[in-house]
Write a protein that binds this ligand. Structure first.
Ligand code: KG4
Ligand code: ZN
Length: 336
C-alpha cells in the first residue's frame, strides 16, 4: 500500500511517499525558516501562503523521485492538527481534494502521533511498549506508548515547551530563529559551568516540566553580566534544559518499568540531549531510539507513516469530516 503524506502544520511543507512493504520511497521538504527569520518567529499568514506555493511542486517532486504516478497512491495522510489553522487548512484541502479526485481515502493525522511514531522509520526500530519523550517547538510531553493510538500522558510542560525555551533563549542572545540549532552550535564553544542556571522541577517528584523560569534565569544572567560570552550562556542554558529532560525521561522509565525510550520532535536533534540520554539509559539497561536525523523536525514521512499505520489497523484518527484541529489533545486519540 502506497500512502502520500502531507505536513503543513507550521513552517515546513513536507511531502512523502511511504510504502507499507518497501518503506519510505521518497520525501521532500521546504522549510520557511529564512522567510520568517526577520520576524523572529513564524508569521501565520505568511506560512499559509507559502504552503500554497510549495505543496504542488513538492508533491510532483516526491512522485518523480519515487518513479510513481498519482494512480499508484492508495491513500493520502495529512496533518489535521494541532498547528496553525490556516497552514493546516492548506494541507487538509489539498489532501482532501486530491483524494476525492483519485477516489481514495484521506486520513487526518495527529501531528504529535507523527512525531511519536517517527522513530519506527529508523533502523533498528523500537518494539511496543515504550516511553516517548516528545520535545518540539510547541510540546514537551512524556507518554506511555502501548501501541498505535494507545497513549497515556505521564507528564508535560506546565508552561513553555523545550523547543520554545531554546528559541526564546536564542532570541535573547540575538541568534537567528529557530534558536535550537543555533544554541547547540554556539554551546560547543562555550563553558557550560561558567554560570549556574536552575534545573526547574528536576526534583519535583512527578513527570511534569517547566521551562519559563529557566528562560527568565537566562534573562537575569544576561542583564547582570552584560560582558557574558554568548557561547557560555548558550552552553549553561543547554546543559540545564538537557539535564531536566534526561532526568524526567529516566524517571518515566523507572516509573513504568520499561526499558525502551523513544525521543522525537525537533529538540531530539540536539546532540547533547542524545549523548546524555544514551549514557543515562545505558546505566539502567535501557535503549534510546530516535527518528532518522532528517526526520526529527517536521516532515511528511512521519505523517505518511502514521496514516499508513492507522489505515492498516482500520482505525482512522479523525472522523473523516473536512476539518482541521488547531488544538488537539494526543491522549484523546482512540487506539488503532
Ligand atoms: O518538531 P518541530 O520541527 O516543530 C514543532 O512541531 O514544533 O520542532 C521545532 C523545534 C524548534 O523549537 C527548534 O528550535 C528545535 O525544535 N530544535 C532544536 C534543535 N533542532 C531543532 N532544539 C535544540 N537543539 C537542536 N539541535
Ligand atoms: Zn512538529
Amino acid at each position: 500500500m502506497l500512502v502520500l503524506g502531507i505536513e503543513s502544520s507550521c513552517d515546513e511543507t513536507g511531502v512523502a511517499l511511504y510504502d507499507t512493504v518497501a518503506g519510505l520511497r521518497s520525501h521532500a521538504l521546504h522549510s520557511q525558516v529564512e522567510m520568517h527569520a526577520e520576524y523572529g518567529g513564524v508569521v501565520p499568514e505568511l506560512a499559509s501562503r507559502d504552503h500554497i506555493r510549495r505543496i504542488v511542486p513538492l508533491t510532483q517532486r516526491v512522485l518523480e523521485a519515487a518513479g510513481a504516478s498519482l494512480d499508484a497512491i492508495d491513500a493520502i495522510a495529512y496533518t489535521q492538527g494541532p498547528g496553525l489553522a490556516g497552514a493546516l487548512l492548506v494541507g487538509a484541502s489539498f489532501a482532501q481534494g486530491l483524494a476525492v479526485g483519485l477516489g481514495i481515502p484521506a486520513i487526518g493525522v495527529h501531528h504529535l502521533e507523527g512525531h511519536l511514531l517517527s522513530p519506527l522509520l529508523a533502523d533498528p526500530r523500537p518494539e511496543f511498549p515504550f516511553v516517548a519523550l516528545l520535545v518540539s517547538g510547541g510540546h514537551t510531553q512524556l507518554m506511555q506508548v502501548d501501541g498505535v493510538g494507545r497513549y497515556t500522558l505521564l507528564g508535560e510542560t506546565l508552561d513553555d515547551a523545550a523547543g520554545e525555551a531554546f528559541d526564546k533563549t536564542g532570541q535573547l542572545l540575538g541568534l537567528p530563529y529557530p534558536g535550537g540549532p543555533e544554541i547547540s552550535r554556539l554551546a560547543q564553544q562555550g563553558d557550560a559551568f561558567c554560570y549556574s542556571l536552575p534545573r526547574p522541577m528536576l526534583n519535583s517528584g512527578d513527570l511534569d516540566f517547566s521551562f519559563s523560569g529557566l528562560k527568565t534565569a537566562v534573562l537575569n544572567l544576561v542583564h547582570k553580566n552584560p560582558e557574558a560570552r554568548r557561547e557560555d550562556v548558550a552552553a549553561a542554558f543547554q546543559v540545564a534544559a538537557v539535564e531536566v529532560l534526561a532526568g524526567k525521561a529516566l524517571r518515566a522509565l523507572k516509573q513504568t518499568g520499561f526499558h525502551r525510550l523513544v525521543v522525537a520532535g525537533g529538540v531530539s536533534a540536539n546532540t547533547l540531549l542524545r549523548s546524555r540520554l544514551n549514557a543515562e539509559a545505558a546505566r539502567v539497561g535501557a535503549t534510546v531510539y530516535y527518528p532518522p536525523l532528517a526526520l526529527c523536525t517536521d516532515n511528511g514521512a512521519m505523517i505518511a507513516y502514521a496514516g499508513a499505520q492507522r489505515l492498516l489497523a482500520d482505525a482512522p484518527a479523525a472522523d473523516g469530516v473536512f476539518t482541521v484541529r488547531p488544538r488537539w489533545d494526543l491522549s484523546q486519540l482512540q487506539a488503532a
